[in-house]
Design a protein around this ligand. Structure first.
Ligand code: SAH
Ligand code: SF4
Ligand code: F3S
Length: 461
């Protein structure tokens, strides 16, 4: 049985009425700075849509704005420090223009110690709001304008509760031809290193029909690349399961690629691979984060698969979808990781042959189980492992990319930047090419060169 997790339509209407009031009173200009993953980027696009209802038009820098929103990430300490420094940069602006409204939202503000820190050390921040309170923005803006008293509205405060999905607010997308399409929110997996279940709450899925309608609108408006988003898309539970949802979208008419992020290896099923095989529109890319190649560490991480089970999945994908790229994430220096455990990770990375690997230094997160574990590893040692693995992977990736030389790939152009023409292929690799192709158009590119992070080639038609 699916719980009723949706914000009542009447509440959305109430927020829209407040938004209309704000718009009538003049609106203003908004600048949103986004840290973190695609989920946060999608949230910022929703915030921009809501700001539009409130009469705020987007501008390119804080100095031109009447409202600044910092959308934060909490996944590693580095991400938090960057977000805090982003907030810190507004101090002078607020001193010069006391009417400037400054809001901080996103994953970081769902942690009590960060809220306390923001209130204590960032007096120029006017209000905080949490990851599933975006739809309340009109009301929060009105309150901030009227009260002049600082406040926080989050799910993790006493009396708060995670778990709502709000539909019916507009989304203002950054790109006309690539789109994030969230299908579910939250996570139930509780990997022991991870803060996400604490800052985004439990899993909840959007209705299949709503997602389909949005996908249809995107395709009709000229979008050629749609990424379905969720912390673990395989847990999607709407009127159908995730492969079912993929099939329904893949059946829609139009010329587009369909992608998804992220797939937990324990749940990535044979049926998902089959759904992808059935259609060329399913982009040939799997992001399948492995985290470690040591069974002992995988168990301590609560990942619920072994290294050999993981490699079996990779082999299955390679057999059924030979042209698919497989990318992954690894954490270096998880508590208790010995040199031998780390060597097993290097070995797994060698055997899996990842097209791309995102390597992270383990960062203890307040409230997570791993932060309290014995065997925390000194920073320099974590960095040493990180560097060793990165160098190893770079060689592997360059060799894999070299095997693309001579092939002709369909590439979705992103246009020109700093004199370089580039786009992405179905495998999600960056491809640079020799001449202008309108952003958002497809081109056939013959690959003539390869590096660890990109392919290069010439346009053939
Ligand atoms: N839901 C996604 C991942 C979200 S976080 C998934 O399960 O794949 C993206 C990546 O950040 C993770 O895959 C992991 O490699 C890394 N990560 C998460 N918490 C971390 C921490 N505490 N320290 C270092 N890296 C971390
Ligand atoms: Fe974090 Fe694990 Fe959930 Fe991914 S699956 S968001 S790593 S708890
Ligand atoms: Fe960061 Fe939150 Fe995403 S912690 S990685 S922005 S879900």
């Amino acid at each position: 049985m699916k719980e009723n997790v949706f914000v009542p339509a009447a509440e959305i209407e109430r927020q829209k009425a407040i938004a209309a009031e704000l718009k009538a009173s003049g609106g203003g200009r908004v600048w949103i700075r986004t840290f973190g993953c695609q989920q946060n980027e999608a949230d910022s696009e929703k915030l921009l849509g809501i700001c539009g209802l409130c009469g705020y038009t987007p501008v390119g820098e804080a100095a031109q704005a009447d409202l600044v929103i910092i959308n934060t990430c909490a996944i590693r300490e580095h991400a938090e420090l960057r977000a805090l420094s982003g907030a810190g940069q507004l101090k002078k602006l607020k001193a010069d223009r006391p009417d400037l409204l400054v809001a901080v939202c996103g994953c970081m503000v769902e942690q009590e110690h960060r809220r306390a820190q923001l209130f204590a050390s960032y007096p120029y921040v006017d209000f905080l709001f949490g990851t599933d309170r975006l739809h309340l923005l009109p009301e929060l803006l009105l309150r901030a304008k009227r009260e002049k008293k600082r406040f926080a509205v989050t799910a993790s405060q006493p009396g708060g509760d995670f778990g709502v999905i709000s539909e019916g607010m507009p989304v203002r997308r950054t790109s006309a031809y690539r789109a994030w399409l969230p299908v579910m929110y939250g996570c139930n997996n509780f990997c022991t290193y991870c803060v996400v279940p604490f800052v985004r709450g439990r899993e909840r899925s959007r209705d299949t029909e709503t997602i389909l309608r949005e996908a249809r609108e995107l395709i009709e408006s000229g979008c050629h690349d749609i990424t379905l988003l969720g912390q673990n898309v395989n847990s999607y539970a709407g009127d159908t399961d995730f492969p079912g949802l993929m099939r329904k979208i893949l059946e829609l008419p139009g010329d587009f690629w369909l992608r998804f992020m992220t797939s937990h290896p324990k749940d990535a099923s044979g049926d998902l691979v089959e759904a992808m095989r059935e259609s060329d529109k399913a982009a040939r890319h799997f992001h399948l984060p492995v985290q470690s190649g040591s069974d002992r560490i995988l168990a301590r991480m609560n990942r619920r698969y072994t290294a050999s089970e993981y490699l079996e999945k990779v082999a299955y994908i390679r057999e059924r979808l030979p042209d698919a790229a497989i990318t992954s994430d690894v954490i270096c220096g998880f508590p208790g990781e010995t040199e031998a455990d780390f060597e097993q990770t290097v070995e797994l990375v060698g055997r899996a042959g990842f097209d791309m690997l995102y390597t992270f230094v383990y960062s203890p997160r307040v409230g997570s189980a791993a932060a309290k574990m014995e065997g925390q590893i000194p920073h320099e040692e974590k960095v040493r492992r990180f560097e060793r693995l990165s160098a190893f992977q770079n060689e592997r990736a360059a060799a894999i990319n070299a095997s693309y030389v001579g092939k002709t790939l369909r590439v979705l152009s992103d246009g020109e930047e700093n004199g370089i023409y580039s786009g992405r292929c179905s495998q999600n690799k960056i491809v640079t090419f020799d001449r202008a192709v309108a952003p958002g158009s497809f081109a056939q590119v013959e690959i003539t060169g390869a590096q660890a992070y990109a392919l290069s080639g010439v346009v053939r038609e």
